[in-house]
Design a protein around this ligand. Structure first.
Ligand code: ATP
Ligand code: MG
Length: 424
């Protein structure tokens, strides 16, 4: 079973036991600001560890965070939580021992035995790294000494230095040394919150949840706004938006979801004669309203799931027309992505199975048979002039419903309400 991750046996004592090594990603490049990014990363990790079922600890070595728990928390659970925290390059189940050659060697032999018990080991190698240059042996001396002991303990296992099946990695710090042989991918990027706050326009489709995830990966802490066609559509899209936001909140300290019933305002635009401009006029109303909401809740930008040319409403001209109505910058993380790339990413982050569910999307409501691919601003403005935009936006914001998807105290949505509103 070569793919099976190595999970060290639980042997927690003060200085010897399983832990998880988390290698820092880009924050490493942050020079003098690095401590601020590291603090943010650790705060987010602490939030992600809530409810894991026992007490946990974290500490920092050089560009590495070490995570552990008391005996009641499994290493698998810690790994699972850490893999959802943006900002770590890799997540490695490991064992930590005092930094003496005897301890390191003993732990190396134990580790390889445990790995061999899981399934045949075709070849192995040892790599050592000294972060503590005071350690009396060089890295290659440590690797050679541990390698020799492993060979002695398990003479049948072949050593293969170039492309070993099992690579036992040894990292020596001043007091502790970490041994691991499984390197799982982390989420990389910048810690959520380190770049500010954004408000994501979240529909029920594949694109906007992936855009939100990319925004988080660049350090934006995300709140969400969903427009539904109420009172002319059923609440299915709201259930989806709730489920999507809950899934996305697993990657960040929970953001809020704002649900706004757009149906009546959409009708006003149609009555004002929007015609082929209806979809772009609606989108302008969405970003106008989202900008006002964002200003209220401290968002510094809007995020959408647009991808250039994907549908008629996402041509360059229409995107420009939408931007003109926004008072916050509109970020489009997926602008250069293909649909298939987006769907693959949605599968990887766990939103695809929600996005695929059917819903009644407000954009379909009153959509003209042919959407204008070049909505001109003067025509859009003359439609908008026929309705009192300020008043429409104020009314929409007065009736916004606010939820925190994923927060324990929030009841599951029921038939009559999408979810219980909570005080904002
Ligand atoms: P998605 O898959 O995200 O729904 P899409 O391919 O269906 O995108 P559009 O419907 O044109 O594309 O929407 C473009 C973007 O506008 C969405 O990614 C989203 O950010 C925003 N948007 C569209 N509809 C809504 C909605 N009902 N509520 C909030 N935002 C929306
Ligand atoms: Mg859509």
């Amino acid at each position: 079973m070569p793919d099976q991750p190595f999970v060290p046996a639980q042997r927690p004592t003060a200085s010897y036991g399983p832990c998880v090594l988390l290698k820092h990603g880009e924050i490493f490049l942050k020079g003098r600001n690095r401590h601020r990014f590291t603090e943010r990363l650790h705060d987010n990790l602490r939030v992600a560890l809530r409810g894991v079922g026992g007490s946990t600890w974290i500490k920092t070595a050089q560009n590495v965070t070490v995570l552990g728990g008391d005996g009641s928390v499994s290493i698998e659970a810690l790994v699972e939580r850490a893999q959802r925290v943006v900002g770590f390059n890799s997540v490695e189940p490991a064992v930590r021992v005092p930094s003496t050659l005897a301890d390191i060697t003993r732990a190396g032999v134990d580790a390889l035995r445990e790995r061999a018990a899981l399934g045949p080991v075709r070849s192995f190698a040892v790599r050592a790294r000294r972060r503590d240059k005071q350690f009396p042996l060089t890295s290659s001396q440590v690797a050679a000494r541990v390698g020799a002991s492993l060979k002695e303990a398990m003479p049948n296992l072949p050593v293969e230095l170039k492309r070993p099946e099992v690579l036992l990695s040894i990292e020596i710090d001043r007091k502790e040394t970490y041994l691991s042989w499984t390197r799982l991918p982390g989420l990389t990027g910048l810690p959520v919150g380190s770049s500010g706050r954004a408000l994501v326009l979240l529909s029920g489709g594949y694109d906007s949840p992936v855009a939100a995830h990319r925004a988080m990966r660049r350090g934006l802490s995300c709140d969400f706004v969903h427009f539904n066609g109420a009172p002319y559509t059923n609440p299915s899209s709201v259930y989806k938006a709730y489920a999507l936001a809950r899934e996305l909140n697993r990657y960040q300290p929970a953001g809020t979801l704002h649900v706004i019933a757009l149906g009546k305002a959409q009708k006003q635009l149609a009555v004002a004669g929007a015609g082929r401009l209806q979809v772009v006029a609606q989108r302008r109303l969405m970003v106008r309203t989202a900008s006002a909401l964002g200003a209220r809740i401290g968002s510094e930008a809007l995020v959408t799931g647009d991808s250039l040319g994907q549908v008629a409403s996402q041509t360059l001209a229409n995107m420009a027309a939408v931007d003109e109505a926004a008072t916050l910058p509109v970020l489009r993380p997926l602008v250069g992505w293909d649909k298939q790339e987006i769907i693959d990413a949605a599968r990887a982050i766990g939103t695809a199975e929600i996005s695929v569910l059917p819903d009644e999307d407000c954009c379909q409501l009153l959509a003209p048979p042919r959407v204008s691919t070049r909505a001109a601003l003067p025509q859009l403005r003359s439609v908008e002039k026929l309705i009192d935009l300020d008043e429409v936006v104020a009314t929409l914001l007065d009736r916004v419903q606010v939820m925190v998807p994923g927060a324990d105290e929030i009841p599951v949505p029921d038939e009559t309400r999408c979810a219980a509103p909570v005080p904002s």
